[in-house]
Design a protein around this ligand. Structure first.
Ligand code: NAD
Ligand code: UDP
Length: 311
């Protein structure tokens, strides 16, 4: 049994990760400042004998004893991370330094939840891990993209300087139950709009693409990366199935049997035109590939929102 710290453990991905680690027999310490996470996501764990919740901001010092750290703390939706851009940068930089310092003192292995956003608006397609990316360092997404790039650099330098055991996962758009219905991401927006009979908001002409990975697949890859001894990473984890936002909207309308219309609104600045992971490394090193097709994952997510929102 290991003692495992999950930062951002009350968030969408973090709460599922807590569930999986507890089910495996580990002791889990969940740290969250509830900026974009929700107590409901972990309410069912409150009385679990191996679960502990600490309300804490990772930019502040934390002195606990742990064997592993999954550093997921950071708002992930553009609406959330642009709400307070300076705080977002601090979480990915100061917070990362705090967590690396904790890992160093405890001699703990640490996994950093990085992102496909380090590739920016990519000119290499699909994106391989050796692509350096095309990020606007001054644009509205830079607080997130550049913060995550610095976090990767910090991880690599702690690994080189202190022989810290680091793992870097580059997560591509992931969806599923427990995504905050109000977080402004495309899947939560489209499903809640379709269920309420409101128009689906297509940003720009809807021809931009994303590749959507179901949460169960993503976490399976994340835990495999943490527990292998071959590589520090970075490793892309995502589903290479690539869809335009118009295709996604049509699929959501079909699966919800909604009569909602589509409404075109302005494309946000610096919105990446295309995104698709090359997962060759994940396949060869982790023996991992996604199993849940978009249609099936959307059905599960729609069922969750129907229940949550009583729609
Ligand atoms: P989320 O917003 O649901 O979860 C993030 C959690 O971190 C929240 O519970 C939030 O309250 C907490 N948090 C934020 N700042 C904090 C701080 N300073 N101290 C303590 N807690 C803090 O987002 P998510 O989708 O679960 O994403 C989890 C991680 O995965 C993030 O680091 C994100 O950047 C990364 N990621 C997610 C996706 C995705 O599609 N979901 C894609 C790429 C990367
Ligand atoms: N998007 C959209 N309608 C929405 C929300 C998002 O068309 O209501 C688009 C957005 O412009 C982007 C894609 O969907 O091209 C994915 O957006 P999201 O915020 O989910 O993630 P990210 O841009 O970070 O990949």
């Amino acid at each position: 049994m290991k003692t495992i710290l999950v930062t951002g453990g009350a968030g969408f991905l973090g709460s599922h990760l807590c569930d999986l680690l507890l089910a495996r027999g580990d002791e889990v310490i969940c740290v969250d400042n509830f900026f974009s996470g929700r107590k409901e996501n972990i309410a069912h764990l409150r009385n679990h004998p191996r679960f502990e919740l600490i309300r804490h901001d990772i930019t502040n010092p934390l002195f606990i004893e742990v064997d592993q750290i999954y550093n997921l703390a950071c708002p992930a939706s553009p609406v959330a991370y642009q709400y307070n851009p300076i705080k977002t940068i601090k979480t990915s930089t100061e917070g990362m330094i705090r967590m690396l310092g904790l890992a160093k003192r405890c001699k703990a292995r640490i996994l950093q939840a990085s992102t496909s956003e380090v590739y920016g608006d990519p000119e290499v397609h699909p994106q391989t891990e050796d692509y350096w990316g095309n990020v606007n360092p001054l644009g509205p997404r830079s607080c997130y993209d550049e913060g995550k790039r610095v976090a990767e650099s910090l991880c690599m330098n702690y690994h080189l300087a202190h022989k810290l055991e680091v793992r870097i996962i580059r997560i591509f758009n992931t969806y599923g139950p427990r995504m905050d219905p109000n977080d402004g991401r495309v899947i939560s927006n489209f499903i809640t709009q379709a269920l309420r009979g409101e128009p689906l908001t297509i940003f720009g002409n809807g021809q931009q693409t994303r590749s959507f990975c179901f949460v169960d697949d993503l976490l399976n890859g994340m835990m495999r990366l943490m527990d292998q001894d071959v590589t520090t990473g970075p490793i892309n984890i995502g589903n290479p199935g690539e869809f335009t936002m118009l295709e996604l909207a049509q699929l959501v309308l079909e699966l919800t049997e909604s009569k909602s219309s589509l409404k075109n609104v302005d494309l946000p600045k610096d919105d990446p035109k295309q995104r698709c992971p090359n997962i060759t490394l994940a396949k060869s090193i982790l023996g991992w590939e996604p199993r849940v097709p978009l249609r099936e994952g959307l059905q599960k997510t729609i069922a969750y929102y129907r229940e949550l929102l009583k729609l």
